[in-house]
Design a binder for this molecule. Sequence first.
Ligand code: NAD
Length: 258
Amino acid sequence: MDMATVKSIFKDDMLSGKTAIVTGASRGIGAAIAHRLCEVGANVTVCSRSTESVSQIESALKEKGYTVNAMAADVSLKADVEALVKETIAQFSQIDILVNNAGITRDMLLMRLKDEDWDAVLQTNLTGTMYCSREVLRPMIRQKSGRIINISSVVGLMGNVGQASYAAAKAGIIGLTKTIAKEVGTRGITVNAIAPGFITTDMTAKIPEDLQNKILELIPLQNFGIPEDIADAVCFLASDAARYITGQTLQVDGGMAM
Ligand code: NAD
């Protein structure tokens, strides 16, 4: 399991007293986000589909002395999401930050795309983001504060061959982000998206090397990102420094989409 390897530049009490939920936190970008949020003082509920994978990240973070609550929750299932938020509030009494990070790919050219693969990608990536966001709104409105950070993708901005379902879901997340931002702006809640470019994780390890080299040519900074690049952007958007930013999509992509 990968844990944040690049030290945080943020103050270690930047989010102290805050509670966060990170979905899809068992590995990759989600694990780095959870680790970063812990490093800057937040209490964090980490979730992913299986108890086994989520308990690994839980023990790794607890070993470092962080306050962590681990839950197996499938974001595509409404009942799991309800339980996730309920349990977090029971454990930590509040919910300040939601990071909708869980996501899957089922890549195929549209002509051959199976309905069940389209449905699975939309249900996890887009509907899951909607379920989690909807569920935290009531407690955040009660608190008169909150941060929702949705992990989209440059693919949602640019499109990508073989990724119709993924691109549609990630573009949908941007529309959803702007809409929630408008609906709850007066309640002290900000809602933003991050659009990562190519970040080295299990998800991108599936991409053949020749295709990876072609992608590299499209990146002005000429290297792939690491999960901590996304985790740092999440920390910024969750911090007071981002209090006047809402409805935005922050691209963290080495200049790939511009
Ligand atoms: P990953 O496959 O390494 O990890 C995905 C995580 O989501 C895992 O913890 C997995 O268990 C969890 N997950 C999947 N379905 C779930 C569900 N239904 N309920 C709960 N958890 C679920 O992927 P990653 O590369 O770390 O990507 C994380 C996020 O960043 C995804 O939303 C992905 O689309 C997005 N993203 C990644 C890249 C990249 O280059 N890696 C680029 C753009 C966007």
